[in-house]
Design a protein around this ligand. Sequence first.
Ligand SMILES: Cc1cc2nc3c(=O)[nH]c(=O)nc-3n(C[C@H](O)[C@H](O)[C@H](O)COP(=O)(O)OP(=O)(O)OC[C@H]3O[C@@H](n4cnc5c(N)ncnc54)[C@H](O)[C@@H]3O)c2cc1C
Length: 363
Amino acid sequence: MDVILLGAGVSGLSAGLELARRGVRVTLLDRGALGGESTWAGAGIVFPLLPWQYGEDFNRLATASLAHYPDWIGQLRSLSPTDPEYIASGLIVLPPVGEGAAAWCAGHGIQCTAVPADLPGLAVPLPADSLWLPQVAQVRNPRLARALAEAIRALGGHIEDNVAIEDIGLQDSRLTSVRAGGKIYRADQFVLATGAWSSLPLANLPALPAIRPVRGQMLLYPPGSHRLRQIVYQDGFYLVPRKDGHLLAGSTIEFAGYAKEASTETRQQLHQRAGSLLGGLPEPIRHWAGIRPGSPDNLPVVGPHPDYANLYLNVGHYRYGVTLAPTCARLLADQMTGAVPELPTAPYSLRAALARTWPEPGV
Ligand SMILES: Cc1cc2nc3c(=O)[nH]c(=O)nc-3n(C[C@H](O)[C@H](O)[C@H](O)COP(=O)(O)OP(=O)(O)OC[C@H]3O[C@@H](n4cnc5c(N)ncnc54)[C@H](O)[C@@H]3O)c2cc1C
């Protein structure tokens, strides 16, 4: 079987790898750099913030992914020379931690205790009701994308980036081909994995109105500017220390269309929040914005498009596309290859997504 995947962010790459592992011949086409959009811009935390505040349909995907991650990374490491730096750096949650945290963790096999007194790096005293989740991991998301691409190529898959999709061949509600960069690509099945841009038409494929672009801004600090070793989260803000000493601070939730501008005002706000937790920090060395593929309740759309016989969707992972990647890739590949999915698929159908509403207009 030949499959063409449109979009080579973590959703297209993880699905491409899963299909390639099952013997499918895959071709990924991306109009930009592979992994260069939301996948590059994110923090790479492999955990929801905070899962006890999410619904069960989301957490079923998330907890399955947390279980799959170590093996998934192991497979990647066996196929690719790039280390995605999957490390269990742990997560400190500062108050307000929200209702039901301890019970949720106990019910889902996630260690969760009071924060040990000897964790270095924070300038503020740790409130007694802070939480410590030592198993929470992170990946270096740009390297994850590179490793996924190398693994796909190692299995014989083909990836073309920086190539514009010019046309899509359609016949009797089936896709037949894609014209990209002046070349025609044919396949038996097709996957749309164009992230936030799936809410726009693509050639003659209609838009998916269930998805919305949601901007998030991020700061980067150099090695040597802090002593933090754990991910820290407080009330929508997080700090993520990388293995090599870099530190990320983020993020924002902004409904600003597809504009990727990073504003001076937000830079100051994020810098001020980072400084209030860590004490004296130098100026950030980088500031950027990425566009998340937003969806109500953070629920992605993973499965067949109801209007096309051979078109599948892997879109709308909103704030957690890196976290959810292994499970969504498996769910998609199961449905495409006729295998029995490990989870119920109905909550992640396009029909279910279209029935969900955003909390309020514009939010
Ligand atoms: C600031 C920020 C922080 C985040 N932090 C985390 C985190 O800590 N943990 C986590 O799990 N997730 C996080 N995320 C979310 C995560 O990054 C996304 O959910 C995930 O990257 C979505 O992947 P994707 O492949 O669907 O989309 P993208 O990475 O955006 O990829 C879509 C791809 O489709 C391509 N494309 C679009 N239109 C076309 C077209 N017409 N033709 C061809 N190609 C096209 C694009 O070029 C792009 O490469 C964060 C996101 C942001 C922005």
